[in-house]
Design a protein around this ligand. Structure first.
Ligand code: FES
Length: 115
């Protein structure tokens, strides 16, 4: 049976340091890349950090390059579909597939993404 420490170590081993948390500005979308090449988009909503896939599920626009934050959602600039940032849920047509989301932790001022 896994101990609490082993569980924590297993979880921490999947955390990747991405950037200083203060590089992710409120209302903006910062593009980043995980070690395996996966492109992600980072958000700061009133001091709470989130990460989603960077690629729109409709026609592959980069949300960090073409998207905009609207309250708690991200709107894709290509065809204006929307996703709830926290859950990745598609909330506006023409998108129906949700965005992948990734847990985010800030450790000593550094934003880490679990993958
Ligand atoms: S590519 Fe994002 S809405 Fe079409």
């Amino acid at each position: 049976m896994e101990t609490e420490l082993e569980s924590m170590e297993r979880t921490l081993s999947k955390l990747f340091a991405i950037c200083a948390a203060d590089e992710v500005l409120e209302g903006e979308i910062k593009g980043a890349q995980l070690p395996d090449g996966t492109r992600i988009a980072l958000y700061n909503l009133n001091g709470a950090y989130y990460a989603t896939a960077d690629t729109c599920t409709h026609e592959a626009a980069s949300l960090s390059e073409e998207g905009m934050v609207d309250d708690a959602s991200v709107v894709c600039g290509w065809h204006l579909c929307g996703f709830e940032i926290a859950s990745g849920a598609a909330i506006a047509s023409p998108c129906s597939e949700p965005l992948m989301t990734y847990p985010v932790r800030v450790i000593e001022g550094v934003l880490h993404v679990e993958h």
